[in-house]
Design a protein around this ligand. Structure first.
Ligand code: UFG
Length: 327
């Protein structure tokens, strides 16, 4: 297939573009590099730099595409609370423009990056797709609004759409990993401490109602996540909007993640106990049973140490490239 990938210079979009290329698809990436990095666009993809709301409609009108994978988004929970307008405009308004451009061009296949943040504080764990959607921040609310828009486009205009609700994506694949300008995610931050780029890692909350008092999350390897996009694309049906949660199905606490990072790196990682981060739920664990049953998806890299090891290898590669560039 000939595919348009928005946000393909970012972590998730870049790895997914890589996996699509490896499966024989042709990929055109559109990214404004506001949070992504041109180095994150995999070799073999054509890269068009620019705002998705301007560039994607132009490309869709001028060229032939079989589908769109839509990753471009603002995704910082804290920032979304302080600057919601950025999220309503950058996520919702721009996606509506993209949907209209797809409709005008007759492109009917869509895979959308949704998020566990649409569920907010869950009533039941593991979280299935039947869980009530009550996002606790504008980021999650903006993604949920898009999910609703996509459903109505599928019903009214025959879109063949899939929303994939990611839990905590981590690890690296094929030289592509987490390399954000502003990093807020646990695993890359802990590894930056191990690498000596930061002094310590703050543990946000040690009084959560969990076994060791720290928050529990479901970490999914980026390659497993990317493979689900491929399956979603191949099995899409016109007039249908499917929703799938994607996680490994196992929960690890912040302390367990830090221990895994110590095991993998063999380095001491100093910690500092800090207050809870506003908006954080205690425990988020996915039920991916629907994705397993309906997509035939099976996560292969569920071992936390393996996920951390891949992230560590990537970070060390970044460090040595930066060092070489200074020589
Ligand atoms: N954490 C720390 N210290 C840090 C950073 C994170 O203790 O320095 C904790 C967080 O409080 C949380 C856990 O580590 O309990 C994981 O935090 P991340 O920031 O790595 O990930 P989140 O679970 O907050 O975020 C993920 C996705 C978001 C999505 C959210 C849904 O990255 O896109 O799940 O709640 F919105």
């Amino acid at each position: 297939m000939r595919l348009l990938v928005t946000g393909g210079a970012g972590y998730v979009g870049g790895v997914c573009a890589k996996v699509l290329l490896e499966s024989g698809h042709e990929v055109v990436v559109v990214d404004d590099l506001s949070t992504g990095n041109a180095d994150g666009v995999p070799l073999g993809a054509r890269f068009v730099e620019g705002d998705i709301a301007e560039v994607a409609p132009r490309l869709l009108a001028a060229e032939t595409f079989d589908g769109v994978l839509h990753f471009a988004a603002m995704s910082l929970v804290g920032e979304s609370v302080e600057q919601p307008e950025k999220y309503w405009h950058g996520n919702v308004v721009k996606t509506l423009t993209l949907l209209e451009a797809m409709r005008a061009a007759g492109v009917g296949r869509l895979v959308f990056s949704s998020t566990a943040a649409v569920y907010g504080e869950p009533q039941r764990v593991p979280i299935t797709e039947e869980e009530p959607t009550r996002p606790t921040n504008p980021y999650g609310a903006s993604k949920l609004a898009i999910d609703h828009a996509i459903t109505s486009y599928a019903v009214a205009h025959g879109l063949a759409a899939t929303s994939l609700r990611y839990f905590n994506v981590a690890g690296a694949y094929a030289g592509l990993g987490e390399n954000r300008v502003v990093e807020t995610h646990l695993i890359p931050l802990v590894l930056q401490v191990a690498a000596g780029y930061r002094k310590s890692i703050s543990i946000f909350g040690t009084d959560w109602p969990t076994a060791d008092g720290t928050a529990v999350r479901d970490y999914i390897h980026i390659r497993d996540l990317a493979l689900a996009h491929l399956l979603a694309l191949n099995t899409a049906e016109a007039g249908t909007h499917r929703l799938f949660n994607l996680g490994s199905g196992a929960g690890f606490s912040v302390r367990e993640v830090i221990s895994a990072c110590r095991r993998v790196t063999g380095l001491p990682i100093p910690t500092v106990e800090a207050p809870r981060r506003p908006g954080d739920p205690a425990t988020l664990i996915a039920s991916s049973a629907r994705a397993v049953a309906e997509l035939g998806w099976q996560p292969e890299h569920t071992d936390l140490d393996e996920i951390v090891a891949d992230a560590w290898e990537y970070l060390r590669g970044l460090g040595s490239r930066a060092h070489a560039a200074q020589q």
